[in-house]
Design a protein around this ligand. Structure first.
Ligand SMILES: *Cc1c(COP(=O)(O)O)cnc(C)c1O
Length: 423
């Protein structure tokens, strides 16, 4: 039934003919979005269960975000940081109070923010910890995903992302994910600048570590005087049922430092939903003793801190609080996993569901190189729901957080009905 109508087909062909083939998209051509829905060029409506890799947590084209963006776009878009603009100060004070850090450094894409965190951590190691210059090491995890720059792919172990892009940037030590023993061993070298980690490994297939992994990692970093660096680009901003995934099972809306499970990062990396998917906005947050290693001329970006990004991020974060998105993600996530688990009891098609909040994945009971997960996603598309396999036989489910319980019920019906076709 994999019908791709003629207009869609035409648009896909022209895209592939003239564009580099660096993605393998599901064959569907979208032209409009509103809240939890997107529409293709034939007018068919779908539930979006990817949310642009969790960038669209606030829902497609949220009116508050789009209003802020269009008004600013008509007024002033870019000054560069050669001059001040009247929105950056407000963004800086809003961000630092929202996430409880002394300072913020604005960038645009996630990978740029990770690069920024790496540079800050290295400089901190040389200037504050006393590591000999060029000796600093950053500990990272197997199966990490932190972006696509040459330095970041240097410490990936995804062959596809790495092969023939060398020579690779040195200075990274890889340990297994969710392994505090390996972390402690690695931290014992005295040239370690920090530990860069995803609180849940999204791209790898929504690998969810032990509940105390973040807190124990933070304690170990403190013990060995290394920076605890959390990449919350995908997990942050309410996606996992708390403002940040390092908040663990915390149930408050922000101000999470009061909770026992909170593992406060020394460096926090944000992107994706920081703009609600309207505009590329990323940021790195840290306290003065760390951020102040950066002086004028040592790091920057032409677009970083532009006034459109500033007002878009403020509007996007306002929405998260005003619409209680963390609470909604937490409640709907628990319900989703309960319902899918009930189905798993009855079938051999799906091995398990895992995740936190509305960042979840199911593992299909087939070999890693089978195309079953892909075929299920094609069928989900036909049934009005868009999702994509992450690695091999794993399908991620991450709808916008503005979803209602009634909508989620309809989606669960679509998912289970589709999976039953593969039994
Ligand atoms: C998406 C992502 C990135 C990279 O963000 P880009 O905006 O694509 O550069 C980095 N880290 C994590 C955890 C991500 O999910």
């Amino acid at each position: 039934m994999n019908i791709t109508a003629s207009r869609s087909k035409e648009l896909i062909e022209i895209e592939e003919k003239h564009g580099a083939h660096n993605y393998h998209p599901l064959p569907v051509v979208l032209e409009r979005g509103d809240g939890v829905y997107v529409w293709d060029v034939e007018g068919k409506r779908y539930y979006d269960f990817l949310s642009a890799y969790s960038a669209v947590n606030q829902g497609h084209c949220h009116p508050a975000i789009i209003d802020a963006m269009t008004e600013q776009a008509r007024t002033l878009t870019l000054t560069s940081r050669a001059f001040h603009n009247d929105k950056l100060g407000k963004f800086n004070s809003y961000m630092t109070s929202y996430f409880d850090f002394d300072k913020v450094l604005p960038m645009n894409t996630g990978a740029e923010a990770v690069e920024t965190a790496i540079k800050i951590a290295r400089k901190w190691a040389y200037e504050k910890k006393g590591v000999a210059e060029t000796d600093a090491q950053i500990i990272v995890c197997d199966n990490n995903f932190h972006g696509r720059t040459t330095t970041i792919i240097s410490f990936s172990n995804d062959e596809n992302a790495r092969k023939n892009f060398g020579p690779y940037t040195p200075g990274f030590i890889k340990i297994p994910y969710d392994d505090t023993e390996a972390l402690e061993k690695a931290l014992q070298q005295d040239n370690v600048a920090g530990f860069l980690v995803e609180p849940i490994q999204g791209e790898a297939g929504v690998y969810t570590p032990a509940d105390d992994f973040m807190r124990r990692s933070k304690e170990l970093c403190e013990k060995y005087n290394a920076l605890f660096i959390a990449d919350e680009i995908q997990t942050g901003i309410a996606r996992t049922g708390a403002l940040l995934a390092v908040c663990g099972k915390c149930t408050c809306e922000g101000s999470c430092e009061r909770q026992e499970t909170y593992a406060r990062p020394d460096i926090l990396i944000l992107g994706k939903a920081l703009s609600g998917g309207a505009f590329p906005v990323s940021a790195v947050l840290a306290d003065d003793d760390i951020m102040n290693v950066i002086h004028p001329g040592q790091h920057g970006s032409t677009f970083g801190g532009n006034p459109v990004a500033a007002v878009v991020a403020i509007a996007a974060l306002d929405v998260v609080k005003e619409e209680s998105l963390a609470q909604n993600a937490r409640e709907l996530g628990n319900y989703f996993r309960k319902k899918i688990n009930e189905y798993i009891e009855t079938t051999d098609t799906v091995t398990l569901v895992r995740g936190r909040g509305l960042l979840n994945a199911i593992v299909i009971n087939d070999s890693e190189d089978s195309d079953t997960a892909w075929n299920i996603c094609l069928k989900l598309r036909d049934n009005g729901l868009l999702a994509k396999p992450t690695h091999g036989n794993i399908i991620r489910f991450a709808p916008p957080l503005v979803m209602t319980k009634e909508q989620l019920d309809e989606c669960i019906d679509i998912i289970i009905k589709t999976l039953k076709d593969f039994e």
